[in-house]
Design a protein around this ligand. Structure first.
Ligand code: GLA
Length: 782
């Protein structure tokens, strides 16, 4: 709910309150953002006290020696008025100066969200406050938008700058939001990395000076995700003040956290000013992307829960909103470019037998694309690989009882392609410099309408020709030379590219809401809220090694829900790390998200096939919880353990993943905690898993009554057809016992094996299912 009373603006969500007011000079003074306050709380109690002048201050107006913008908590600030902290803008005003001073002119409160004209944004908000500020000397206005999403405890912010002056205005920097808050010895947490190591969580103390989280690759990037977190120094997963920020944008982003000498933090987030310049003639406006803020006093998990429900309820759209995503098989790691129809159909038949629902044909089906040197930009089907075309192939896949999905990389072109030969001017390149390649390809210039039309036409033709229910939209290189011959002002390039991308995506997918779009950019190079407005699911990383995925999916889970994470089971030893991990662990990690398989099923042993079939059946049974449950990162008592939990919406079912990275000798006992359930009694049991005997090599003699040559053919054959059962535990207990933490059976430590010993070793894991016991099912003792 939003209220505006006298000079005060108050924005309430279910658990938070945000307060600011206009000062006597018309600036917006930030007062409070935190736990929800009583409606009658007088703001003066919380507002900054300014009772003595601070030495060496520049005073805004001589009538008030205590009014120094540099020392105040503000909701917006300008250049050249005595505030030396980072300004959210750098504007060359119509009068030619860099001095601006935006003060209150008026405000409105509207129901719902106010739609944006150029960019995707959140929908389904409760109310929007628009505060209009006007520069004190130029005819320039700035509208500040605040939308509250009450149940999700989210406030979004953005601004629109309008030049009404007859002289042009030049924007060199404009943020979507800024706010000042008191420092609580904050730590700043960011998701950083690169290819195959996306979204690793890093944390630093917020020190005096400026910490920046940004990207300049043309995409939101795998280097630094746009989202970031501020947490008070002793916040834990479940307690303490935690603020989360994000941006609904897929291009170059920029956030800064500045701690001033007076211990005020200035937080801002928006488009990266790097190589950015935009001019506004009389009557022109510029709208920034939408920024997202949340607060929780219940630690990191509390903040994540807010962000998760916001993404599920207010960002993801199309027919796939809240719908269960299918279990897919992607042929990329099975075949790379080397496939034909027979190979594909065999793979699809095997997939169907194991329970897969969607078959995805990845790269290599079009043009002359037998490696990554050629073909991008062309859409004609390769007749050697698919002699009867895409439609006929899709029909064959459908006839097997599988849905069909297809890979595209529409934003790219290889110089060895029909498209490039006919239209070299479609590629992004500097007119007088040798183009810079990435994965042997150039980026198509989405600033140009003819390029956008070419993509929309060709992708649409294929989507309408064949029965395609899923698209993987890839983007496999960073932009280097941000130059378009269609632009007068090259400072507009990066933002216009993203506007072009959104234009193409909405023209293709808005009319086809039945298609599930999975965005990909060499893995998670564009995992952001902008893409999620089109693509309900994003490929987190090309790295499917479960030990690496624990880091990647944990990192992403701080800001994005499980329903958005594409996660696959692949071959071991793993393609990128050479690590050998149990099949069960690969599944246990991938099932916390949208499950897929990406390996050649024909090489699975009969025993592994049974395993995969069981995994898929299990996943389907609990899919709602794995994709849409409330996800929490649980306390792990030891450094080599990671524990994830997802609880069903009705709070009667929980799934818990218990993961061990490197085994330590003589592992001490483990406890398992389950939280977030309704009152009552529960059964908790281990998902039964197979233990492959080859894992034990020569140690088999300790486990089986027979002695087998560890290198011999007998063991290898036995391993294909026979496996041992790993320890299955089952208990009945109360919600309280689960919250306290139940004791688990011992782990193997070289002193024998029985069915009550957990055989984790390196990279072992278990999945526990907790289910409510109906009163009728209780026996007398219970
Ligand atoms: C990228 C993607 C992969 C795969 C290949 C195909 O690397 O991330 O999943 O689609 O492209 O070339």
């Amino acid at each position: 709910m939003i209220t505006a009373k006298e000079s005060m603006f108050r924005l309430d969500t279910v658990n938070t309150t945000y307060l600011f007011r206009t000062t006597k000079f018309g600036h917006l003074e930030h007062i409070y953002y935190g736990t929800r306050l009583d409606v009658s709380e007088p703001a003066d109690v919380l507002a900054q006290k300014r009772t003595i002048p601070i030495g060496s201050s520049v005073i805004y107006d001589e009538s008030d020696q205590l009014y120094c913008l540099d020392n105040m908590y503000l909701e917006w600030s300008d250049n050249g008025r005595g505030d030396y902290r980072q300004s959210p803008t750098e504007l060359k005003m119509p009068d030619g100066s860099f001095v601006s001073d935006f003060v209150y002119a008026s405000h409105t409160i509207a129901e719902g969200c106010l739609p944006m004209s150029t960019l995707p944004s959140a929908y389904g908000g409760d109310q929007t406050l628009t505060v209009t500020l006007r520069d004190t000397s130029c005819s320039v206005t700035l509208d500040l938008y605040f939308t509250v999403f009450e149940k999700a405890n989210i406030i979004t912010r953005r601004v629109v700058l309008t030049n009404e002056d007859q002289n042009p205005l030049l924007i060199r920097r404009i943020m979507s939001m800024m706010t000042d808050m008191p420092d609580e010895n904050f730590r700043m947490l960011t998701l950083d990395g690169g290819w195959i190591k996306e979204a690793h969580l890093h944390e630093r103390l917020v020190e005096y000076g400026i910490a920046i989280n940004s990207s300049n690759t043309g995409a939101s990037s795998n280097r630094h995700n746009p989202g970031f977190i501020l947490a008070e120094s002793d916040a834990t997963q479940d307690n303490g003040h935690v603020y989360g920020f994000n941006l609904v944008y897929s291009g170059n982003h920029f956030s800064s956290v500045e701690k001033s000498g007076r211990d005020i933090l200035r937080v801002s987030i928006g488009i990266n000013p790097h190589c950015f310049e935009w001019s506004l003639n009389q009557g022109d406006s510029f709208e920034t992307p939408e920024a997202v803020m949340t607060f929780s006093e219940w630690g990191f998990n509390g903040m994540s829960h807010n962000m998760h429900s916001f993404v599920n309820e207010h960002i993801v759209r199309s027919n796939w909103k809240t719908r269960e995503h299918p279990v897919l098989l992607n042929n990329w790691e099975a075949h790379f470019f080397d496939f034909n129809e027979n190979k594909l159909l065999n793979l699809a038949k095997n997939a169907k037998k194991l329970g897969v629902e969607l078959f995805v044909l990845d790269d290599g089906w079009f043009g002359k694309r037998n490696n990554d040197n050629s073909g991008l930009g062309d859409y004609s089907v390769n007749p050697k690989k698919l002699p009867c075309g895409i439609k006929a192939f899709a029909d064959k896949i459908n006839a097997l009882g599988l849905d069909f999905g297809l890979w595209f990389e529409p934003e790219m072109v290889n110089t060895d392609s029909m498209l490039y030969r006919n239209h070299p001017e479609y590629a992004v390149k500097h007119p007088n410099k040798k183009p810079v390649l990435g994965r042997n390809q150039l980026v198509l210039d989405l600033c140009k309408s003819e390029v956008r039309d070419y993509i929309v036409k060709n992708v649409s033709l294929i989507l309408d020709e064949a029965n395609i229910s899923y698209v993987k939209w890839d983007m496999n290189r960073h932009i280097a030379e941000g130059y378009s011959s269609s632009l007068q002002n090259q400072g507009e390039f990066y933002h216009r590219y993203i506007l072009g991308l959104y234009n193409v995506l909405s023209r293709i997918f808005d009319p086809r809401p039945h298609i599930l779009l999975e965005s990909c950019s060499s893995g998670g190079n564009r995992f952001d809220l902008g893409m999620l407005c089109f693509s309900p699911q994003i490929w987190c990383s090309d790295n499917t090694d479960p030990v690496e995925r624990l880091k990647i999916q944990t990192g992403l889970s701080y800001l994005y829900p499980l329903s958005t994470m594409g996660a696959h089971v692949s071959q071991a030893p793993h393609q990128q790390t050479l690590r050998k991990t149990p099949l069960a662990t690969r599944f246990h990690v991938a099932c916390f998200g949208c499950l897929g398989y990406e390996l050649d099923l024909k090489y699975l042993s009969p025993e592994e096939k049974k395993d995969v079939a069981d995994q898929i059946a299990f996943y389907k049974q609990y899919r709602q919880v794995f994709q849409y449950g409330t996800f929490s990162r649980m306390k792990a008592s030891k450094a080599n353990k990671i524990v994830w939990q997802a609880v069903s919406k009705d709070k009667n079912t929980a799934v818990t993943g218990f993961f061990q990275t490197l085994e330590t000798a003589a592992e001490s006992e483990d406890r398992l905690t389950v939280t977030g359930l309704n009152e009552g009694r529960y059964t908790i049991r281990t998902r039964p898993q197979r233990m492959y005997i080859e894992r034990f090599g020569g140690l088999m003699k300790h486990i089986l009554p027979v002695v087998l040559n560890p290198d011999g053919i007998l063991l290898r054959v036995a391993n294909r057809h026979y496996s041992l059962k790993d320890c299955v535990q089952e208990y009945k207990c109360s919600k309280e016992a689960l919250r306290a933490g139940i004791a688990l059976c011992n782990q193997f430590s070289g002193t024998g094996y029985n069915e009550k010993v957990r055989m984790h070793g390196d990279f072992g894991s278990d999945l526990y299912i907790t289910e409510y016991i109906n009163k009728e099912m209780l026996t007398d003792e219970e």
